[in-house]
Write a protein that binds this ligand. Structure first.
Ligand code: ZN
Length: 539
């Protein structure tokens, strides 16, 4: 081992050896929304672009979004804060704040309800709910000359990864990238938005089906609907910005914007390390709309690999010493209809009777109470008992809800707020955590519900897939928790660590590579040593 390592060191050019000790000039962080560890494993042998390059760095194939509520907002809140949702405060995409906004208690994770007239659908995007700083904030604290730019397909990923004070932050809304609160509009933004408008003005022909994707191109009928998925190749009529969003075109546009901001801001060319953050959302939209195992996802991932390869190639040409960290906000789960054809015969859609709009009134009727009784979303996750009820009534509702949900064959477990308050903070490898541990990592006493409902593994909460989404994530099961964490920098000696690590480890890991100190005790993650040998990137 020692001899092999010495030989490797001697073989390295002197410049490369010296460079490894210096901080990179530019840190690029990429989140691929819904890029599960399972998808990475299935496709990694086929990548020959950017994802192939990253697979030749430090590879953690079992990165964990260790918490239970594996949704986009909580997942993105862990990536650059070093903190689990219990600490970031971002417990879900939406929660109920009966005191925070009594008139419209349903709160969106990335809104600021203090803005007059706002609701969770008509809101001002904000980091107001984020309780902790992100990497860019730490970098600017350490050296105010560090600059931070964010380009993202969703406002919530832009907010949660960008932190409180990025220099530029732009996200997709409708048919272009926006930021209503921005003081100025970079030229790169206008350029990319012009290109998008031009692309939308024309119909788009179907994409080629790579040979690799041919066996996946097979029509699967969605139960209880006239819909089928599996063969779509992203053809769209002129003007269809929603189809643009649910396609590789969204990621390409986001990458173009990030590259443009990099050039215009000269990121990586200043006196301090800069940070460029990309939220690539198309994989998530494709997964929700078509499932994860059809031709659609295959085309999407091969296009993403190619687009990232080109992005890195252009970064190489600048000569800037940059590093890349790629991960995901959560994993994903395919449609049960296809699982059932492919050996997983117990995959099902949830029973419609579990919908909270049916469960709440049913519990009320049994107890002789009127009103909605329960608040929450769909069939699982955080549930809130109507705060207008008396304490005695609420206690009866809780007992009956725990019994009714717990008795349903789709439900794995119901955990109450009292159990969560009493539970210790989880520790140890995240793949060994109990359901209570996972729920505790998602628990915020001010924002979480009165109880939380977990469906059994392989039960898809979308009981009626006739709408726009056929598949989803959000469960406490490992197909939704496990994501790849890939780190690459020029000259890195590749290694792979298959044991479980956490996405909250990313912040201290990256901070160590650029010499930024993180206040002790302020985060949940720990630094991952990116050096394959006896040297240690954490020191
Ligand atoms: Zn997501």
């Amino acid at each position: 081992m020692k001899i092999a390592r010495l030989a490797a060191l001697i073989a390295l050019p002197l410049a490369a050896a010296a460079q490894a000790a210096d901080p990179p000039k530019l840190v690029v962080v990429i989140s691929v929304d819904q890029f599960s560890a399972d998808l990475f494993t299935q496709y990694r042998q086929h990548f020959d672009g950017g994802l192939e390059r990253l697979s030749r760095g430090a590879v953690f194939p079992a990165g964990y979004q260790s918490h239970a509520a594996t949704e986009t907002c909580p997942g993105h809140s862990t990536i650059l804060t070093g903190s689990r949702p219990a600490r970031t405060g971002i417990i879900a995409n939406n929660w109920y704040g009966f005191r925070a906004r009594p008139s419209h208690p349903n709160l969106y994770c990335a809104e600021d309800e203090r803005v007059p007239g706002s609701t969770h659908r008509k809101y001002t995007a904000s980091t107001y709910h984020l309780r902790v700083p992100a990497l860019g904030d730490h970098m600017k604290r350490a050296d105010p000359r560090s600059r931070v730019a964010v380009a993202s397909g969703k406002d919530r990923s832009a907010m949660m990864m960008g932190g409180y004070g990025p220099d530029e932050r732009w996200w997709w809304e409708g048919d272009k990238f926006i930021n209503p609160g921005a003081a100025r509009r970079p030229e790169a933004l206008d350029e990319v938005n012009r290109d998008i408008a031009a692309a939308l003005a024309e119909p788009r022909a179907a994409r080629d089906l790579p040979g690799l994707c041919e066996p996946r191109s097979r029509s699967i009928a969605i139960q209880d609907s006239t819909k089928s998925v599996g063969e779509y190749r992203f053809a769209r009529p002129a003007g269809d910005s929603n189809a643009f969003k649910i396609s590789p075109d969204l990621d390409q546009a986001t990458i173009d914007l990030a590259a443009g901001l990099r050039r215009e801001m000269k990121l990586g060319e200043g006196p301090a390390t800069d940070l460029l953050i990309l939220g690539l959302s198309a994989t998530d939209y494709v997964g929700h709309s078509y499932g994860t195992e059809g031709a659609e996802m295959c085309i999407q991932l091969m296009a993403l690999d190619k687009a990232l390869g080109e992005f890195f190639r252009k970064l190489d040409q600048t000569g800037i010493d940059y590093s890349v960290l790629l991960t995901a906000d959560h994993g994903g789960h395919d449609i049960p209809e296809r699982y059932r054809e492919q050996a997983i015969t117990d995959a099902i859609r949830a029973d419609a009777a579990l919908d909270i709009e049916k469960m709440g009134p049913a519990i009320g009727k049994k107890l002789g109470l009127s009103g909605p009784i329960l608040f929450g979303e769909y069939v699982s996750g955080d549930m809130y008992i109507d705060p207008k009820l008396t304490a005695a009534q609420r206690a009866r509702v809780l007992r009956e809800a725990v019994r009714a949900y717990g008795a349903h064959p789709n439900v794995a477990r119901v955990i109450t707020r009292a159990e969560l308050l009493a539970a210790p903070r989880p520790s140890g490898p995240p793949d060994t955590w109990s359901l209570l541990d996972r729920a505790k990592a998602s628990f915020d006493p001010e924002r979480s519900g009165d109880f939380v409902v977990f469906l059994k593994p392989r039960v898809t909460p979308i009981y009626n897939a006739g709408g726009s989404y056929v598949a989803t994530h959000g469960s406490p099961w490992d197909y939704d928790r496990r994501v790849p964490i890939l780190y690459w920098r020029k000259g890195i000696v590749p290694f792979e660590q298959p044991l479980a690590v956490e996405t909250v480890d990313i912040l201290p890991t990256l901070a160590a590579t650029i010499g930024v100190a993180i206040p002790p005790g302020s985060i949940d993650g720990k630094c991952l040593d990116l050096d394959e040998g006896p040297a240690n990137s954490c020191r």
